[in-house]
Design a protein around this ligand. Structure first.
Ligand code: CA
Length: 175
């Protein structure tokens, strides 16, 4: 069962998202405080995190920045309509997706599905096997060590196999 962390200090919104996700078969945890959420997500392996920006003690952007120093858990940022700057910051520091409040719950559910699927992907090409979630790359059963950027670029290329991609697209996604 996929486990989703909801970091949101507005209880009604958190509860609403949580009930909808449970209805879809996900396990959920709600945390209302930024610092507490960061500690928790560093300790536990969630399949995805829904992260509000305006939070007590540590804002969502800062939580994400610190999470990304050690973990690649997929993160969907929730941002208020006028917080365009947060949106840009969030993507810059490694959010996988973002939603503007107020949002349609169906759209959030769809994005959660897509991002979890992407993260669980495994690519096989010739002798090359890449497991996205565990970050394992093997070539003819020999493990290959890659830096984070090398890994991200490899996954980007594999997920766009048979498509022509520009240098700019690669830069956008990986850097
Ligand atoms: Ca909030």
């Amino acid at each position: 069962m996929n486990h989703i962390l909801i970091v949101e200090d507005e209880y009604k919104i958190a509860r609403f998202i949580s009930l909808e996700l449970q209805h879809e078969g996900y396990k959920t945890t709600i945390i209302a405080d930024g610092r507490e959420a960061l500690d928790d997500m560093l300790e536990n392996d969630y399949d995805l995190i829904v992260l509000d920006v305006m939070l007590p003690s540590l804002n969502g952007i800062e939580v994400l920045r610190r999470l990304r120093q050690s973990k690649d858990t997929p993160v969907i940022i929730l941002t208020a309509r006028d917080q365009i700057v947060d949106k840009v910051n969030g993507l810059d520091i490694g959010a996988n997706d973002y939603m503007t409040k107020p949002f349609a719950i169906e759209e959030l559910l769809a994005r959660i599905r897509v991002n979890i699927k992407k993260n669980n992907a495994q690519y096989v090409l010739g002798g090359l096997t890449v497991d996205v979630k565990s970050h394992q790359v093997r070539y003819n059963d020999t493990p290959i060590e890659l830096t984070k950027k090398e890994f991200d670029l490899l996954v980007f290329l594999l997920s766009n196999r048979n498509k022509v991609i520009t240098r700019e697209q690669a830069l956008d996604v990986v850097w």
